[in-house]
Design a protein around this ligand. Sequence first.
Ligand SMILES: [Fe+2]
Length: 148
Amino acid sequence: MENIKKLHKDFNKHLSNLAVANFKLHNVHWNVAGPNFIAIHEFTEKLYDEVFENFDQVAEHQKMYEALPFVKMSEYLENATIKEINSKPFNTKEALDTVKEILDVLREDATELRNECDEAGWFSAVGMLEGHIESYNKHIWMIRQMGE
Ligand SMILES: [Fe+2]
């Protein structure tokens, strides 16, 4: 249990990234403009719904193991490595690049965390994170295809 406790700090960092990702995806969702508006608007909606679901799942998983998840915007901003950007119009390329950047960080973050949990023998955390990673992989592939 001791080794699991140490991981809660990393879970809170990941939770913070998921929180900031949710808002940043809304930025692209609302502000994308151009001929691919509908496709990217709908794609980002799917993504923020999923990221929000993962955010909730990560926090509830922390609670199951008696940790306190961060709940304040100030904590998320302080601990996230994903940075906010101002509200501004995005063309197709900027929108896809921004979304890919977000997903890359979430995937990397979740993978590191998955491996740490694996080392600690924390199977339920590994299982949850593998599910998230699989879906980030799929979305990153879709973005690559859209950019071709
Ligand atoms: Fe929307």
